[in-house]
Design a protein around this ligand. Sequence first.
Ligand SMILES: Cc1ncc(COP(=O)(O)O)c(C=O)c1O
Length: 410
Amino acid sequence: MNYSKYFSADVPSFLRSPVREIFRKVDLSAICSFAGGYPAACTFPLADIPGLTERVLSKYGTKALQYGATQGVLELRELIASRYGVPVSQVQITTSSQQGIDVCARVFLDPGDVVLASNPIYLGALQSFKAYRAEVVDLNDFMAGEGVVSQTASASLRPESPCHFDRPEGVEKSPAIKFIYVIPDFNNPTGKTLTLAEREELVALARELDCLIVEDSPYRELRYSGEAVTSIRELAPERTLQLGSFSKIFAPGFRLGWIIGPEELLEQIYVCKQCLDLCPPVLDQYLAAEFLGSGLLDANLEKSVAEYRRRRDLMVSLLEKYMPSGVSWTYPEGGLFLWLTLPPAVDTVALYDKALAAGVAYVAGSFFYTDGSHRNTMRLNFSFVAEAKMEPGIKLLASLVREADFGAGR
Ligand SMILES: Cc1ncc(COP(=O)(O)O)c(C=O)c1O
């Protein structure tokens, strides 16, 4: 049977995540994987879960197993509101921050609309934007005044919303640029953090363009060095949707996140979420509320931060020890990733199967570029691999890189 006629017009725009394809093929615990963005299992508060569950069930009884409010359970929203100093009316719980991204895409984007985002970009966000047939335009090129707009974007823009990117002569207001998508703290994939001046520049651009900002912030609380920088939401609360996640500060298996934003925007997100999942998982939310409200989350976070700081420092010292000259990397102040730039001759896409067969995995950097460029880059995750495996893993990777570089005739 030919099924293709049944698919919607959106389906050809769905992108398959190369990272998820890696997970499908490989047992990550059997090799040395620097590929996924998985937190360290030792940071999960396994021992606390039975006690938390018992407390939740005795406090809430069957309510914890019932459908709940679409905005999320009030107890959790109140705790998030007080943690981030916002009214509870500005907090929507999401079934993970990936859903937060997707719901923003669904509520704000029409086919042909434009999202400004830095290249390389988090794949999950690219997948959502593309699934709604939006165009992703490189923010750096745009800010550099290169007047960038892709052919497909200009061709598919709705006639009533023409898109002009004529910078620097003057930024045209265009309803087609709906939002700027940014990960200001410990970016996935690069590990970089935006300075206050860079954040202010982004906010100024958003105000000039009169567009929204989606501030994707799942790693903000995982800072290992340096000083916290004011969030974009704090700089521009009137136009920012800040996405948070419990995945890296509790456990990703709960699939819980939140959005903080202006009430009028959350109202539409609330209606949209009704058709997505009716409500976020109720038992999980009560567990998160108990974990956060009892102070256990902060105590656990302190331990996770110490653990990840050690792993980051270990990975950096191993890169220094083993990587050949011509390889450079970012030094992330937090989060889970660092980004390697290799000699131009090393093609990390071509090298990948060989690396996997040898027992080490990474994500080719070009997968995070909308045009597939930068094939001499890679993303390394330092949170997942057991510390004992890190040295043999980096040593092996370094030898593969050296070989590939010499093989290319250097
Ligand atoms: C930048 C970014 N946003 C969102 C997510 C999704 O996180 P969640 O587990 O909350 O869906 C991730 C996951 O790695 C991420 O790196």
